[in-house]
Write a protein that binds this ligand. Structure first.
Ligand code: SAM
Length: 250
């Protein structure tokens, strides 16, 4: 039946995404630097600046992988706060235990143990009580999920009233000529880099395709509103190649 077919496709996506991140886990951080020429660091810094972590904040970093957002969040220092007065907590959640393992190793290497915990779970169905977190971040993770509306409604459910949702994701370059060039770069160069650096053409081919399939800034903002969030805003980065969506549970 139509629905049976749909289920097979959905199961395939879950398995494929799992395989991709299992395969790339060890090389994931290196590949991010190479493919984006280090710019992913600036995008992530910008997310943290928008979040403006403060003392007592409880963050859920969904699809947190190897911990990039969590480490920035814990290391963020605000000149108006005195040292020690800004204890904050983060839960790094990911469906892939291989990515989390690399994250835990990185945390140990950096001497980070306070305020961080690791949760192996699916963003679409979280083992977390309602109204638990002050903020929810998801960076380059939501396009890998099968049912994005479930991810958004779970985000809404686990946030406290007043809580903030922030999503960093690849989006649509606004200028059509530049978009064409960027498409050529990603389709032709990224899988080759994946092959050369990680001996894995297919995983990187998948990543590029998933970026193309993801909705543009305005459509995604509508989905966030539909999940119940208020004050939804979009901030373009790097000409729209990446967008930061923000919303509040009011
Ligand atoms: N947030 C990290 C960063 O920005 O470097 C990692 C991003 S990585 C591109 C995408 C992550 O999404 C992977 O670690 C993958 O396992 C995770 N992921 C995919 N589907 C998921 C789901 N349904 N629930 C939770 N995590 C998921």
């Amino acid at each position: 039946t139509h629905f049976g077919f749909q289920t097979v496709l959905e199961d395939e996506k879950v398995d494929k995404v799992y395989e991709v991140f299992k395969n790339v886990a060890d090389k994931y951080d290196l590949m991010n630097d190479v493919m984006s020429a280090g710019i992913h660091r600036l995008w992530k810094d910008e997310l943290i600046r928008h979040l403006a972590p403060h003392g007592g904040m409880k963050l859920l970093d969904m699809a947190g992988g190897t911990g990039d957002i969590a480490f920035r969040y814990l290391n963020y220092s605000n000149s108006t706060q005195s040292a020690g007065a800004d204890y904050r907590e983060v839960t790094v959640c990911d469906i892939n235990e291989h990515m989390l393992k690399v994250g835990e190793q990185r945390a140990a290497q950096q001497g980070i143990s306070r305020g961080i915990n690791w949760l192996h779970a699916n963003a679409e169905c979280l083992p977390i009580e309602d109204n638990s977190y002050d903020a929810y971040t998801i960076a380059f993770g939501i396009r890998n999920c099968t049912h994005i509306e479930k991810v958004l409604s779970e985000a809404y459910r686990v946030l406290k009233p007043g809580g903030r949702f922030l999503c960093l994701e690849f989006s649509q370059v606004r200028n059509s000529l530049l978009r064409e060039l960027y498409d050529q770069y990603s389709f032709q160069v990224i899988p080759v880099m994946g092959h050369v650096i990680a001996q894995d053409w297919h995983s990187y081919q998948y990543l590029v395709e998933s970026i193309r399939k993801f909705p543009n800034q305005e459509t995604f903002a509508q989905w966030i509103l539909k999940a119940g969030f208020s004050e939804v805003t979009v901030t373009d980065m790097t000409l729209g190649a990446v967008a930061l969506h923000s919303g509040f549970k009011l």
